[in-house]
Design a protein around this ligand. Structure first.
Ligand code: CA
Length: 568
């Protein structure tokens, strides 16, 4: 018994310890980072940043108007050392504007606080009423509202329900040849996102490209990034393929990303969006350096790049005598002679008997004998007074009143209308389909990667929620360059955001505020083991301190002897 209790005690304490451990292990970002991390994982990012921090002690740029609310650990305006936040986290985030470590077509940090490189569109949206057609949405270069990194700024879409368009030229046009395309940038829906986009367009290279006139119809090669309206969460990757025969451009949409975009778009954190296109036509989309969709431009886009070789002959039509019936009623079947089609489905139950005492002559309802005509009843106005009807009191004691009806049952003789059984149709010709002919519009482009070159990146957006933050645009051919760039920029933002996360306890409280039923889980996972631990582990003095007389253990005998000696 004693042994059993000890074991139970150990078991309960272990389970308590496990529960506590699990709660601690629940990194708020864990759900997200469980996706297989690519080349530069979190550890690597942290290592890189430590290295950076050591190398560049004094390099926070002399920012002109740094907000006084910023603290060394990068906490936001309200929240130096939020409850549960580790004030000790050594995130002396010594931020240095990242510099690309290889060849890039564009690398933009916005840290100089200007939009010098960018052109805000001065045009109007086509096919829209004049008053709403203007691209008059405001852009600004600002720090993040929360989880700021000292010295870091980004591009912010500032207006609600307005058209925004802004673009920047690349250092040189990107030509799709033997090198991959890597496009990467950060988005933070700082105020959440109701209905709006945060996607980027790679503007096709053409002599007519004029960024002042950038609008919704400006020719683009690729569109990539987040978009959300209502409950529809999208991560676009669209490219425009040119039909080699008629030169038409057609949008090709990649399959949907296999990830919970809602969580990512609504958490008000800065996320990193990456698109990689390879000369072998493979593509991959990543969020926060974790792959969320991959495929091939030839096989995984809608509509497909290449049309089918054959099509249905539009001139072919089904012959009138084409027999498509696989089964027909057996022409040789004959209705059996004893088949009575007239037999009713229901008959009166021949075994049913009227219950004894049934009152055939009593109505179910009678006039209330106790009712009296109201004094103010005016027969001229109200008509002749009648006592209200009540259930016949005689029927309460009898099996029933009124005319007795015999209950009905299914007729065992019922067969219904006779139908001949179905047999295979000897003339069956199968389901008709038109004959195939060669597709006159057929072509085969085995290199859709070689799409039209582009010369600028642009954001052409409309949103019902403002303050969408963009940062660290990079266009390159080398994934390592984009990864290193991310480590020096986005990785730091992520680190600061993680350091500012509320503690485990605060998170549990916050979660329970939104979902009160969580209290039940908390009580069951913590309260119950504690209660049981108290129940089983509390020392029982009566049993343990005074050995029972008559016990055969040597210890007990000794104790008894000692007590006797004392008494004597
Ligand atoms: Ca920046």
């Amino acid at each position: 018994m004693k042994l059993g209790r000890s074991w139970m005690c150990c078991l309960l304490l272990s389970s308590l310890a496990l529960t506590a451990l699990e709660a601690h292990n629940e990194d708020p970002e864990a759900d997200f980072s469980v996706l297989d991390t690519e080349d530069a994982g979190e550890d690597e990012i942290m290592a890189m940043m430590k290295e950076e921090a050591e190398e560049d002690e004094a390099m926070v740029e002399e920012e002109e108007e740094e907000d006084s609310v910023l603290t060394d650990n990068g906490a936001g305006e309200n929240g130096e050392e939020k409850d549960g936040t580790d004030a000790n986290v050594s995130f002396q985030v010594t931020y240095k504007t990242p510099v690309p470590t290889g060849e890039v077509y564009l690398a933009e940090t916005f840290d100089d606080g200007t939009l010098d490189r960018w052109q805000v569109s001065k045009t109007m949206k086509e096919d829209a009423d004049e008053e709403i057609a203007k691209y008059d949405g405001k852009w600004a270069v600002e720090q993040l509202k929360e989880n700021r990194v000292l010295g870091d700024k980004g591009l912010v879409l500032k207006s609600r329900a307005k058209h925004h368009a802004i673009a920047a030229l690349l250092n040189k046009a990107f030509v799709f040849g033997e090198e991959p395309l890597v496009l990467q940038y950060e988005v933070n829906f700082q105020d959440g996102i109701d209905c709006g986009g945060a996607y980027i367009k790679l503007l096709s290279d053409s002599p007519s490209l004029n960024l002042e006139h950038f609008h919704d119809r400006t020719s683009y090669t690729i569109m990539f990034g987040p978009d959300k309206c209502g409950e529809d969460y999208k991560l676009h990757f669209i490219f425009r393929h040119q039909n080699p025969l008629n030169k038409d451009l057609e949008e090709k949409h990649a399959k949907r990303a296999d990830v919970d975009l809602k969580k990512i778009y609504m958490d008000k954190k800065t996320h990193l969006y990456t698109l990689v296109l390879n000369p072998d036509n493979s593509y991959e989309m990543l969020i926060d350096q974790s792959s969320v969709s991959r495929g091939n431009l030839l096989h995984d886009v809608v509509p497909p790049v290449n049309p089918t070789k054959e099509i249905d002959d539009p001139k072919d039509s089904k012959p009138e005598d084409w027999d498509e019936k696989a089964k027909i009623p057996d022409p040789e079947a004959v209705k059996p002679e004893d088949w009575d089609e007239e037999a009713p489905a229901k008959i009166e139950d021949p075994e049913a008997l009227k219950p004894e005492g049934w009152l055939d002559d009593e109505p179910e309802f009678v006039s209330d004998p106790n009712a009296e005509k109201p004094e103010d009843w005016d027969e001229e106005m109200d008509g002749e007074w009648e006592a209200p009807q009540i259930p016949n009191p005689l029927c309460k004691t009898a099996p029933g009143c009124g005319m007795w009806k015999c209950p009905t049952i299914n007729n065992p003789q019922y067969k219904g209308k006779w139908k001949a059984p179905l047999v295979d149709n000897p003339n069956y010709q199968g389901v008709w389909s038109p004959k195939k002919i060669a597709n006159p519009e057929f072509f085969e482009d085995l290199h859709p990667f070689r799409m039209r070159s582009f010369r600028a990146v642009g954001l052409e957006l409309w949103s019902m929620t403002s303050d969408i933050y963009f940062d660290n645009f990079i266009v390159t051919s080398q994934k390592e360059v984009a990864d290193r760039w991310a480590a020096d920029s986005w990785g730091l933002k992520k680190l600061v955001a993680s350091a500012n996360e509320p503690g485990v306890f605060a998170q549990l409280m916050l979660a329970a505020e939104e979902r009160p039923w969580l209290w039940v889980i908390y009580i069951l996972t913590v309260g119950l083991p504690v209660g049981l631990a108290v129940l089983f582990c509390w020392p029982k003095k009566a049993e343990d301190e005074y050995p029972k007389e008559g016990s055969d253990s040597a210890t007990n005998k000794q104790a008894v002897r000692k007590r006797r000696v004392r008494k004597d």
